[in-house]
Design a protein around this ligand. Structure first.
Ligand SMILES: Nc1ncnc2c1ncn2[C@@H]1O[C@H](COP(=O)(O)OP(=O)(O)O)[C@@H](O)[C@H]1O
Ligand SMILES: [Mg+2]
Length: 422
């Protein structure tokens, strides 16, 4: 029944340290035209054994074949290096190398009821909630670098209670309420929410508020209502509103009234009288919490706010690790990179790694011989990629100084002080 590929895949999973087995698996993947996965598997071997000739050969073959236009034989001998690289689709090649498979060490536990819920959601998607996304997310909490405090907070406030409802009930903990994540752009708010979705499967409903407004003017309240209804139907569930600042920014525009309606409808839904919101946890994210309507921040609504800090040294190391993990690398001095990237957001760090990868790849293809990413690629990339959170920090300082009367931004003040910005 099982074909050689899946047999080998299982064998590699059972004996992850057997390099010969993994190289053989990589070869078969390359034969099957699955170049990205072949490179990924060979890279795993090369990280342990940088001199493994068989693994190098697979990377070389797969990288060249991946650059080949579709339709040509995948197993063909590497063509002589020429100027072919002109027509290479860089982003596609990068994607195939950077993100070929699911992370090898994430357990794929998709509960059966999740499958059912997803199928059900697909069926009713039409009339249910056009703005809510119910889809499979592959990012996991383990992929989020740093942010330990925030992750612990989220774990305690709803992941654990959701996993152990009896215990939560015994302590009188009701699974409801809201948490507002805030912080500079590109530091992992949306990413963190995606990871929570990855953990929760169909119990996570994600809504981008600008979508509600832009696409459904006049329909906004109905949509908000539908989104809450979906969350209640899937309870225990987390309902995530991304880009709360986007509605703040609309105040001045002509969508103002529809923005008001959205806020009001969210208030109505969150205040739901009886126990209708039991099991519905509302999470939101914003870059500019000071633009979020004050009514939304009162008790019983988004009354808890957590700062998603720009990554400190440990977090930057973790984020760099996350993004370098699946790429062929050699001699990368993480400590040095951490020192050189003070003030970088998670997105800046990702951009840095992608830029460096592109450099290594350009050269590999130019010379016709694949080589891993090295420190000089990183250094070259550092000349191009600059930290982006400066403007946010400026605003944050003003807010900390002039509008923290109620102490709602205490954790931001603490961070600014630690960074000697206050
Ligand atoms: N803590 C992190 N760990 C790993 N990657 C991160 C982290 N923070 C940001 N990133 C990367 O930066 C990108 C942008 O982050 P995002 O979550 O969209 O920022 P925002 O806070 O603006 O919502 C993410 O897709 C991810 O690749
Ligand atoms: Mg975001």
């Amino acid at each position: 029944m099982t074909d050689p590929l899946s047999a080998l895949e299982a064998a590699v999973q059972a004996l992850p340290d057997d390099r010969t087995l993994r190289v053989r698996y990589a070869e078969l993947l390359a034969d099957a035209g699955r170049h990205g996965e072949a490179i990924e598997q060979a890279s795993v071997v090369l990280r342990e054994a940088p001199e493994d000739e068989a693994a190098k050969a697979v990377v070389r073959r797969a990288a060249l074949a991946a650059a080949e236009p579709p339709g040509s034989t995948p197993a063909a001998a590497p063509p002589a290096p020429s100027d072919r690289h002109e027509d290479i689709d860089w982003s596609e090649l990068e994607a195939s190398i950077a993100n070929p498979t699911e992370p090898p060490f994430v357990e794929r536990v998709v509960a059966e009821h999740d499958e059912e819920l997803l199928a059900e959601a697909a069926e009713t998607a039409e009339d249910a909630d056009p703005v809510a996304e119910l889809r499979r997310e592959t990012v996991r909490l383990a992929d989020v670098g740093g942010l330990e405090v925030v992750k612990r907070r989220i774990d305690e406030s709803f992941l654990q209670p959701m996993a152990h409802p009896e215990i939560a009930a015994a302590f009188g903990k009701k699974l409801r309420g809201g948490l507002l994540l805030y912080g500079p752009p590109g530091c992992g708010k949306t990413f963190l929410a995606r990871a929570i979705a990855g953990e929760l499967g169909a119990h996570f409903i994600s809504v981008t508020l600008s979508d509600v407004l832009d696409r459904f003017i006049g329909e906004s309240e109905k949509n908000i209502h539908r989104v809450f209804r979906t969350a209640r139907e899937h309870a225990p569930a987390v309902l995530f509103f991304d880009e709360m600042d986007a509605i703040g920014a609309k105040r001045s525009g002509n969508t103002f009234s529809s923005f008001r309606n959205v806020v009001n409808q969210i208030l109505v839904e969150m205040d739901g009288v009886d126990s209708q919101n039991d099991g519905v946890y509302v999470l939101a994210a914003t870059n500019h919490p000071w633009e979020v309507d004050a009514a939304l921040k009162r008790p019983g609504r988004f009354d808890r706010m957590v700062l998603v800090r720009p990554p400190d040294d440990d977090a930057r190391e973790a984020i760099l690790r996350v993004h370098l993990r699946r790429r062929p690398i050699e001699g990368i001095d993480l400590g040095d990179l951490v020192r050189r990237t003070k003030g970088f957001s998670g997105a800046d760090l990702e951009h840095l790694v992608t830029t460096a990868a592109e450099k290594a790849m350009t050269e590999s293809i130019r010379t016709g011989s694949v080589r891993p990413m090295r420190m000089d690629d990183m250094r070259a990339a550092l000349k191009e990629v600059k930290p982006s959170i400066g403007p946010w920090v400026q605003t944050a300082r003003n807010v900390a100084e002039y509008s923290n009367g109620s102490g709602e931004y205490d954790d931001m003040v603490e961070w600014l002080r630690e960074e000697k910005q206050l």
